[in-house]
Design a protein around this ligand. Sequence first.
Ligand code: ADP
Length: 360
Amino acid sequence: EEEEEEEEEVLVPPARRRQEQQHRQPSRKKFRVPTPTGQQQQQQQQQQQEKAPEVPERLKQCDPELVKRIENEIMDRGDAVTFDDVAGLEGAKGAIREMVIWPMRRPELFTGLRAVPKGMLLFGPPGTGKTLIGRAIASSCEATFFSISASSLVSKWIGESEKLVRALFAVAGYREPSVVFVDEVDSLLSQRSSDENEASRRLKTEFLVQLEGVDSSKAKERVLVVGATNRPQELDEAARRRFVKRFHVPLPDATARYVLFSRLLSKNNNTLSDPELRHLVDRTHGFSGADVRNLCQEAAMGPMRDVGSRLFGAADQDDVAIPPIAFSHFEAALRITRASVSPADLVGYDEWDRQFGTQR
Ligand code: ADP
């Protein structure tokens, strides 16, 4: 039965599906909702049909199998992420809210000189929250989120990647507002990739054409393309031009690391005092957000190891209490966890930011 529903999904326009979902939800109102008469029902259906967007020609032209794969593998139905979930990065978050979120939510107010940017780039070291920001943008615009890594375009979708890019943008347009997050966008748009071979040159061209199409003033579709890269230097001029806004997503500063530690630790029983927490913040200078999380995960294993043999060996397993995470567990974890980004790499990001970044 589930399969049947899935198949149907491709054909049901999103606006109508949303309405249907609303219908299915039990009413929270106390009074009884009057049941519509036959005539009212007919009227309602008619209205719904009027509101539902037509399946556009270019989506009809796409291979239905491919459309289905996009909806299953690239369209993301993960948990909603808010900007509050993103620690630090206040500057970038503020600018994104103003330049991207407001226009996506009220496009009628952002025309002419205030026109909505259709492509933006997030650049910075790995594990600093670029994907998280992409998700947060989608959630706060109530947009459909599509996420794909550019390198998988080449490796996983071999032979189909050009067609896929075309179909992806068709589906995104149909399900607007949409956010299309393209990770490792450098591997798609670098000078090198277009020199490599004919196939990747064609793929790059197709992607730029689609980006340009999204950019044309004729297109009313609210589709935002968010490119992410750890190697902004590799993007050539044509690619830079398409990403109108370019935000630096740096390593978390001390305040952001404090927030990260506090949040991560709040999920588990622990004995860390505030000075101990601050000590951890000092000791993790140069860590990315992902490094901080790895460190916490490693430390969280400490108490398990302390009781491991009793927990899994003895007959009285149920009586074994798991001790809280303590500062000593972090000391042990720090001995084996290193920052994943080298200081030398950081210079490049700052330089690129000064030259091409959107300043706030
Ligand atoms: P990127 O896309 O920059 O490589 P991600 O957004 O995928 O990095 O981050 C990886 C993980 O690291 C996230 O899922 C999150 O747990 C953690 N993380 C990194 N940066 C932040 C941040 N600024 N705020 C909260 N969590 C973060």
